[in-house]
Design a protein around this ligand. Structure first.
Ligand code: BTN
Length: 210
C-alpha cells in the first residue's frame, strides 16, 4: 500500500515503525527530521520527493534503486549519473540520494530527490529551472515497477547497469586511510580502487579529489 501524508518526521522512520509488508510505501510532501547516510540531516522542504518503501532483503539494493531512478530520468534527456554508493547526480551535482537499512526480513529503502525545492547545499541541485515537471505518484509507480524488475536480475547485470551510469571510474578518490584511482564496482557492490601498491575493496565513504 502507498501511504501519502503532508508532513512527517521521516518516511524511513515511519516505515520502520509501521510498515508491515513488502512494498508498503510512504510519500511525504515534506519531512521535519529527514536523514541521509551517516546520520546527516536531509533537507526536506516542500517540492522534493521523500519516499520510502519496504523491500525484500537483497544485496545491492541501494544500487538497484539508483539505476531505477536513473533509467526514469534519462528518458527525460537529463544528464544523470550515479556516484557510488548512493548519490544521484544531475550535471555533476547532487540531485538525490538513497539510504537503506534492514529490519529483520525487510529492508527499508528511502529515496530523496530535489524536484521543485531548492536545496541550500552548494553542491546540490534540483530540477527547478529546467522546465521539467515530474508527477510524484507516476514517478513512484514507475520506480516500483523498475525496482521489482531489477530484483530479478543477477548481481553482474545490476553492476553492469550501474557502471553505465557511474561517474567515478578512472577518478582519483580518497578515504580515511588512503587514496587511489577507481577501477570498478565489484559484484558484491564494493568500490574497487588501485593505490600505488595494491587493489582495495571499499565499503566506506569516499571523497572525489579535485
Ligand atoms: C543520502 O544521500 O545520504 C541519502 C538521502 C536519503 C533521503 C531520503 S528522503 C526519504 C527518506 N526519509 C529519510 O529520512 N531519508 C530518506
Amino acid at each position: 500500500m502507498i501511504n501519502i501524508v503532508d508532513n512527517i518526521k521521516s518516511t524511513n522512520t515511519w516505515l520502520t515503525e509501521f510498515g508491515l509488508d513488502n512494498y508498503d510505501s510512504m510519500i511525504s510532501l515534506k519531512q521535519s527530521e529527514g536523514y541521509g547516510r551517516l546520520g546527516r540531516f536531509w533537507e526536506s522542504d516542500l517540492g522534493g520527493l521523500y519516499f520510502s518503501v519496504n523491500l525484500p532483503n537483497r544485496n545491492l539494493l541501494p544500487i538497484i534503486i539508483g539505476i531505477s531512478v536513473a533509467d526514469i530520468l534519462v528518458k527525460l534527456k537529463l544528464n544523470v549519473k550515479l556516484k557510488w554508493p548512493n548519490d544521484i547526480l544531475l550535471n555533476d551535482m547532487k540531485l538525490g540520494g538513497v539510504i537503506c537499512h534492514s529490519e529483520g526480513k525487510i529492508t527499508v529503502a528511502g529515496l530523496g530527490i530535489n524536484i521543485s525545492n531548492e536545496p541550500s547545499i552548494r553542491t546540490s541541485t534540483s530540477l527547478v529551472g529546467l522546465g521539467i515537471e515530474i508527477n510524484k505518484l507516476s514517478f513512484v509507480d514507475e520506480l516500483l515497477e523498475k525496482i521489482k524488475n531489477y530484483l530479478n536480475f543477477n548481481d553482474k547485470d545490476i553492476i553492469d547497469k550501474f557502471l553505465f551510469y557511474d561517474c567515478l571510474i578512472g577518478k582519483q578518490v580518497s578515504w580515511s586511510e588512503g587514496n587511489g584511482t577507481v577501477v570498478t564496482v565489484s559484484e558484491d557492490g564494493r568500490l574497487v580502487v588501485i593505490t600505488n601498491h595494491e587493489k582495495i575493496y571499499l565499503t566506506e565513504e569516499i571523497h572525489l579529489n579535485d
